[in-house]
Design a protein around this ligand. Structure first.
Ligand SMILES: [Zn+2]
Ligand SMILES: [Zn+2]
Length: 293
């Protein structure tokens, strides 16, 4: 029995010795590890030059060092949070104004050195400040055009297509037919379309784009001078401007017939000749009727 007790004691001592030896050797290994820290920094520098070298260094040093790095990081973090959570801290905010833009709202950001922040004085987005439309590609009777406008604040460009133009080549003769239909209803003789008056009417329609008036862009008053120079003794002029997909000879005649002065020219018994012009530009229709007698 005594022998057994002694053995047990001996075993315990051995275990303690083994433990002490093990722990001792472990500590001895730790010591040279610590001065190796600067090497970790060097590894990072090497990493910039070549990734292959950095990878080799990592695998050679093993996991022990990574673990130490983590511990060191945690210790540093604990110190920071201790400083930040001092109960006596009173927030002191610095303000920074963020101006509103076309698409984003503005606000004032208040930030404390502790990291705490909040927003105030929030305003809505300004919206784009577009200038006037600029035609990039004129629409034709065979293809659609396009136009764009630019925001003077942020430079954003908005694009839009201009619908394909209607074929207006027969519009002038359609207006002449409608005029004669109205004259027939009023018991008047039909007007005869004359090419000289047609060309002058088309010229006048083109002028209407810049100056929509009976006074021509050069300051002279139409249509007397030109019509009289062609050998006629009486002259009259109707003009119209329209925009949209419903610009047709029927619509423009409807407008003129509902206006006393224009209807007076269409149904004037002193006129025997007519010229009609229809000019389309930037989606607008410019119409001219030239009467002569
Ligand atoms: Zn604070
Ligand atoms: Zn804008």
């Amino acid at each position: 029995m005594h022998v057994m007790k002694k053995l047990t004691t001996l075993l315990l001592c051995l275990a303690l010795l083994a433990c002490m030896t093990g722990c001792g050797s472990g500590k001895q290994e730790d010591k040279p590890d610590k001065p190796q820290r600067p090497e970790t920094v060097q590894e990072d520098e090497r990493g910039e030059d070549g990734e292959a070298e950095a990878e080799e260094a990592e695998s050679a040093d093993g996991e022990a060092e990574e673990g130490e790095d983590k511990e060191a990081g945690e210790t540093a973090g604990d110190k920071d949070s201790q400083t930040a959570s001092k109960p006596s801290h009173t927030h002191s905010y610095k303000s920074k104004t963020v101006k509103a833009t076309c698409t984003k709202g503005g606000y004032t950001l208040y930030t404390c050195s502790c990291g705490d922040s909040y927003r105030a004085k929030e305003t809505g987005a300004l919206g784009h400040a577009y200038g006037s439309w600029k035609v990039d590609k004129q629409a034709t009777t065979s293809a659609a055009g396009s136009r764009s406008r630019t925001c003077s604040r942020c430079g954003d460009v908005e694009r839009e297509s201009i619908p394909k133009l209607t074929d207006t080549s027969s519009y002038a003769s359609q207006v002449v037919a409608l005029v004669n239909k109205e004259r027939a209803k009023a018991g008047l003789a039909p007007l005869t379309a004359v090419s000289g008056l047609n060309s002058y009417a088309l010229q006048r329609s083109k002028e209407l784009e810049s100056v929509f008036d009976h006074v021509r862009p050069d300051g002279s008053k139409g249509p007397d001078y030109v019509v009289f120079s062609l050998g006629y003794q009486a002259a009259g002029e109707n003009i119209a401007r329209s925009y949209g997909m419903n610009d047709t000879p029927e619509r423009v005649m409807e407008g003129w017939m509902n206006s006393e002065g224009h209807r007076g020219n269409i149904l004037d018994p002193d006129f025997a000749y007519i010229g009609v012009g229809c000019y389309v530009s930037n989606g607008s229709y410019y119409w001219t009727q030239i009467f002569a007698g």
